[in-house]
Design a protein around this ligand. Structure first.
Ligand SMILES: [Zn+2]
Length: 170
C-alpha cells in the first residue's frame, strides 16, 4: 500500500514535471521569437531569435558594454586568420581564427574568455562583424548550428508558417 502510494506520487510528480518542463521549454522558445518580443534597435539581427543565455553572453561582449574594437585594430594575416589588438591592454594582440587548427568546425581566439567558454568572445565578435567578414555566417556552419545558439527548429519553423501564440511578459 505504502509502496503503491509512493509509486503513484512519483508518477504524478513526473507527469506534472514533464508537463511543466515541456510547456516551459516551449514558452522560453516562443518568447525569443522576434514575432513575439520587441528587440532593441541596438541588438544586431544575428542575435534575434536566439536563446536568452546566448543573447546575454554576446551582448556582454559587445559595445556599449565593452569598448568598441576599431577597424584599425583588426588585421587579416592570412585567409580566416586575424590579429586583433586589444583596446584594454597596451601591446596585447589576440589571434582569431574562423577555423581553429585543431578543429575546422570551430573558431578560436587566444583570449581567456574564449578558452573558458568556447563561446564568441569580444575579439571573435569584432572580427566577424568587421569588413573582412560577412557577420555570423562567416563562422563554420557546424559551430553556428549548435543547439546552444539556436531556437528549437520546430518552433522557429512555426514562426514563418503560422501565427505564433502570444506570450505575456518581456
Ligand atoms: Zn577573444
Amino acid at each position: 500500500m505504502c509502496l503503491q502510494l509512493t509509486t503513484a506520487t512519483v508518477l504524478v510528480q513526473l507527469k506534472y514535471t514533464s508537463y511543466w518542463c515541456c510547456n516551459r521549454y516551449e514558452e522560453l522558445n516562443v518568447r525569443l521569437l522576434d514575432t513575439v518580443r520587441q528587440y532593441s534597435a541596438n541588438i544586431p539581427q544575428f542575435l534575434h531569435n536566439r536563446p536568452k543565455f546566448f543573447l546575454d553572453h554576446c551582448l556582454k561582449r559587445m559595445p556599449p558594454v565593452t569598448t568598441a574594437i576599431p577597424p584599425d585594430n583588426i588585421v587579416m594575416s592570412e585567409s580566416g586568420v586575424f590579429v586583433v589588438t586589444s583596446v584594454d591592454t597596451a601591446d596585447k594582440n589576440y589571434v582569431v581564427k574562423l577555423r581553429s587548427d585543431s578543429n575546422a568546425d570551430v573558431p578560436s581566439c587566444e583570449c581567456v574568455d574564449w578558452h573558458r567558454h568556447f563561446l564568441p568572445c569580444k575579439h571573435l565578435l569584432a572580427v566577424v562583424h568587421s569588413s573582412y567578414c560577412e557577420g555570423w555566417t562567416s563562422l563554420p556552419l557546424v559551430y553556428r548550428s549548435l543547439p546552444l545558439f539556436t531556437a528549437d527548429p520546430d518552433i522557429e519553423h512555426a514562426r514563418s508558417s503560422t501565427s505564433v501564440p502570444s506570450v505575456s511578459g518581456n
